[in-house]
Design a protein around this ligand. Structure first.
Ligand code: OAD
Length: 280
């Protein structure tokens, strides 16, 4: 699969970034977004289920859609691709994952240092409709429970952060913040929304300073996430890409390994870091 010089170079890399998209979870049974036939966006219009406008128009519809996805993901298991990332983390001095996935499967496979660029299905936050809030005559404050904007008179001083963290993405009416009564929504980046600036900043720094970036299972069609592997390339990192289909990165990668992550990644990790032995 790889030349011995390259194996040696990869083995010496100290700072590794694994950049992942929906493809790494495909073999856990979680649909990707853009694959023809099976991709989520071939069945749903993202504007109808994953946008501020959709939630404003019909919060229950959007909530129910994410409840369904969360149930699906809770029943899925990390596959051998996720596990190989975790194995690799034990082999190199410094490995971080930058993922576009919201499914928590890297963490469930035992991987640490995971930056979730697009949020998580397993955290909630307040839906803040600033247009509506700032249109009234009362000045909004920051809610002491959900950190979203709230109206002072509507806040419950006895509510605690634990009351909020006890609420999950489960079937039922859309829950409200126990502190201020704002509707709660999944902490996911919706269409048209900016990424969390601190997370994006951390991801950019990692891209600028890594020796090796392994890009797995992303179509690289969504910005600014798609710029991360390109930044790493421009900063001089070695780039490996794993995907059944070529992407805009493939011709710029040092190696493009064509195939499924769950099959290719364990073999790749074993070849570079284990030399066929059982431990690295
Ligand atoms: P996409 O659905 O756009 O791309 C999935 C990629 O995974 C494609 O390039 C496939 O060829 C590849 N793939 C499919 N099966 C694979 C397998 N078994 N092993 C490896 N790769 C495989 O998903 P993303 O690039 O993750 O954003 O999409 C980026 C963002 O677009 C998502 O985070 C989501 C979506 O809109 C938000 O929801 C904000």
């Amino acid at each position: 699969m790889l030349e011995s010089d390259l194996i040696e170079k990869l083995h010496d890399c100290q700072k590794v970034v694994v950049f992942t998209g929906a493809g790494i979870s495909a073999e856990s049974g979680i649909p990707t977004f853009r694959d023809a036939q099976t991709g989520l966006w071939s069945k749903f219009n993202p504007q109808d289920v994953a946008s501020t406008e959709a939630f404003r128009k019909n919060p229950q519809l959007v909530w129910d859609w994410y409840v369904h996805r969360a149930e699906f993901v809770r029943n899925a298991e990390p596959n051998s691709g996720h596990k190989a990332v975790s194995t690799l983390q034990a082999c190199v001095a410094d490995l971080s994952v930058i993922t576009q996935n919201i499914d928590n499967l890297h963490q469930r496979a035992g991987t640490r240092n995971v930056l979730e660029l697009h949020g998580s299905l397993f955290r909630l936050k307040a839906f803040v409709d600033t247009d509506e809030l700032f249109a009234g005559d009362t000045s909004p404050i920051i809610c002491h429970i959900c950190d979203g904007y709230a109206i002072f008179d509507e806040c419950d001083p006895y509510a605690s952060k634990e009351d909020l963290s006890a609420i999950e993405l489960r079937a039922g009416p859309v829950p409200r913040c126990p502190g201020c009564g704002a509707l709660l929504r999944p902490d996911i980046v919706w269409f048209g929304e900016p990424l969390d600036i601190d997370i994006l900043d951390s991801a950019t720094r990692l891209a600028d300073s890594c020796d090796l970036l392994i890009c797995i299972g992303s179509s690289l069609e969504v910005q600014p996430a798609a710029s991360i592997p390109v930044r790493a390339k421009c900063a001089g990192a070695t780039i490996i890409e794993i995907n059944p289909e070529p992407t805009s990165l493939s011709s710029h990668a040092d190696v493009f390994l064509q195939g499924k992550a769950a099959e290719i990644l364990p073999a790749f990790v074993n070849m570079v870091w284990n030399n066929g032995e059982t431990s690295c």
